[in-house]
Design a protein around this ligand. Structure first.
Ligand code: HAS
Length: 560
């Protein structure tokens, strides 16, 4: 299939270099923090050589850099590439730079605060753990920068609709817009939490904070945050994977439906993170539970649509019988190396999704909440399909925007498979340990394998050790990736001007579906569901909390 070729100008080239390279450095630092976590938990190290002995400091760095900074930068960078490409239109570079600079500045501010020990509050920054005001301001700038990135694409979209009446919006544009619509609604709650609660409290303007209200606002944001991570990966699965596999996307309409369903179901579900919290009525937790099962629906549709697309590709490549097509996919083909990053993520997500459904079930959640099961689950999601798709696409875009050939393609092909093995071992150790009560992110002083700790259980040790093995393999994979990435950055330029192409998939079923043409009705339904799901929750929280808690420091657990 002939793909559209977009010329890349100098300004976009420099901007994308910043947006792709700096977060990659942050990712590597964050992954180092992850390795240190596993070694620390197992008692192999007592103190991180760079971050010191504070367990929460290293864990905050790991969570914030990997889950918030790297992902947000990537989502904006990916949008900056997809939107002009798919709409065949130039982007306003001034606003694109403003967005990038704000994100960079904010991330550095938050990162420095963590590094100097002024923000050991983990990536959920729950009060009554308190950070320096600059940490909260840094995160705010990161979010505002990402909003500006999104606002910059809206006039392009409106112009395209005006110039192309009756034409379907490209599927990748629907996906990116849904990602940022969800992000905009979700971040409004955390913006309120930061501006009106955390900042005044950390600046000393007020002495106490309503912990339950802050947690509830955080989770209003926190669950859709996971779909903000997942949706760019879905854009790649729906728009590019089938072409890379040598086939067609089974149904364009299914892809659109999936994205729109995420607008309505991503947000009214946050209380499933608070099933064990007081102050919220059981009936509202049940309601959020129902919506949580509803939000699995778009992923279940995705599983079947993508499986059908891959089957089509496998059969076209000569696969026979019920499962023969699976063995014909281009798992190890150097010229389709990006496929390996996408397929491994999908395989991991089968288990990430199943463990999410376990979490969503109230009774089972009582067994796994706040145990190591939960990081086991989220490494199979955010560190599975999300991370692998983001790493693959970062490398792809780097080659295009810097006008360089991706180096060491063979080595690059090994990265997702090594990562997949590592993350399966790691998550298995964490999840099995979690099922016998091994806690998550708890400083059992100094390690999880410490017989002197009051929390220590000898049965945990083998599972801690298994997670160390997984963690080391994952780190190895990232190191190989970093070598490939930076070898590409420092390699010689290709001849000619830089150009962007994407392997856009054709659809097997490409029928027009009139009710899948517009964002507006889905946004209206989303707002109605949010009001229904959250009004009683907020009222419960406000009615049953007296409103104030003083600061708590986990390293010095005497309230002051
Ligand atoms: Fe989750 C906790 C429920 C998805 C991330 N989740 C977390 C936390 C994170 C996270 C970070 O209900 C911890 C937060 C914290 O710090 O406390 N999660 C779910 C549910 C889903 C789900 C129901 N989570 C995600 C995704 C994440 C993510 C996606 C990141 C990107 N999660 C929970 C709950 C908790 C939770 C509770 C709270 C736990 C607690 O108590 O603290 C669903 O969206 C999952 C639906 C997914 C599927 C899978 C579909 C499978 C596909 C693959 C198909 C494969 C193919 C390949 C086609 C139904 C699409 C074929 C292969 C060939 C070889 C051909």
């Amino acid at each position: 299939m002939n793909q559209y070729v977009m010329k890349i100008d100098k300004s976009s080239q420099y901007l994308m270099a910043v947006l792709l390279i700096i977060p990659m450095i942050m990712l590597v630092i964050g992954v180092y923090g992850g390795l240190m976590q596993t070694l620390f938990r197992a008692g192999i190290v007592q103190s991180d050589p760079f971050m010191g002995p504070d367990y929460y400091k290293g864990l905050t760095m790991h969570g914030v850099l990997n889950a918030i900074v790297f992902t947000t930068f990537f989502a904006v960078a990916f949008g900056n590439a997809v939107i002009p490409y798919a709409l065949k239109m130039a982007m306003n570079m001034t606003w694109a730079w403003v967005s990038g600079i704000l994100m960079l500045f904010g991330s550095l501010m938050a990162g420095i605060m963590i590094y100097i020990g002024e923000a050991t509050v983990l990536y959920t920054f729950y009060p009554p753990m308190k950070a320096h005001p600059l940490f909260y301001i840094g995160l705010t700038l990161l979010v505002v920068g990402s909003w500006i990135g999104f606002f910059n694409w809206i006039p392009m979209y409106l112009r395209w609709r005006k110039e192309n009446p009756g034409r379907k919006i490209p599927l990748s544009v629907v996906g990116i817009f849904v990602t940022f619509i969800v992000w905009l609604i979700a971040t409004s709650a955390v913006a309120f939490e930061i501006l009106f609660m955390l900042l005044p409290w950390s600046m000393g303007l007020v002495d106490e904070i309503n912990v339950m209200l802050a947690r509830t606002l955080f989770w209003f944001f926190g669950h859709p945050l996971v779909y903000f991570w997942l949706l760019p990966a879905y854009v790649m699965y729906y728009s590019y994977m089938s072409e890379l596999a040598g086939g067609k996307l089974y149904s364009d309409g299914a892809g659109r439906l999936v994205f729109y369903l995420f607008i309505i179901f991503s947000i009214p579900v946050g209380t499933h993170h608070q099933y064990m919290d007081p102050s919220i009525g059981a009936e509202w937790k049940l309601l959020h539970g129902f919506f949580t099962f509803a939000v699995t629906l778009p992923s279940l549709i995705t599983a079947f649509t993508l499986a059908a697309s891959l089957e089509y590709a496998g059969r076209k490549r000569g696969g026979k019988g019920l499962f023969g097509w699976m063995f014909k996919l281009p798992y190890f083909e150097k010229d389709r190396w990006l496929f390996s990053y996408l397929i491994t993520g999908l395989i991991i997500f089968i288990f990430g999704g199943i463990s999410g459904i376990v979490n969503a079930s109230y009774q089972m959640n009582t067994a796994v909440h706040n145990t190591a099961w939960v990081p086991g689950h989220f490494h199979l999601t955010v560190a599975g399909p999300v991370l692998l798709a983001f790493m693959g696409m970062s490398l792809y875009l780097l080659g295009k925007y810097l006008n360089k050939e991706v180096k060491m393609k063979g080595l690059s092909l090994s990265v997702p498979y090594i990562w997949m093995i590592g993350v399966f071992i790691f998550s298995w150790g964490m999840m099995r340990g979690g099922l016998i009560g091994m806690p998550r992110r708890t400083n059992t002083g100094p390690t999880y394998a410490n017989p002197d700790s009051v929390l220590f259980q000898p049965e945990w040790i083998s599972y801690i050790d298994i997670s160390v093995v997984g963690g080391v393999i994952m780190t190895l994979s990232i190191l190989i990736y970093a070598v490939v990435f930076f070898a590409t950055v420092f390699s010689k330029k290709r001849e000619g001007e830089p150009e962007l192409t994407f392997p856009v998939s054709e659809a097997y079923h490409n029928e027009e579906v009139s009710w899948l043409r517009n964002f507006k009705p889905w946004i209206i339904v989303a707002i109605i569901l949010i009001v229904i799901a959250y009004t009683p929750v907020i009222l419960d929280v406000l009615g049953s909390t007296y409103g104030g808690s003083p600061r708590f420091d986990p390293n010095n657990p005497i309230p002051y």
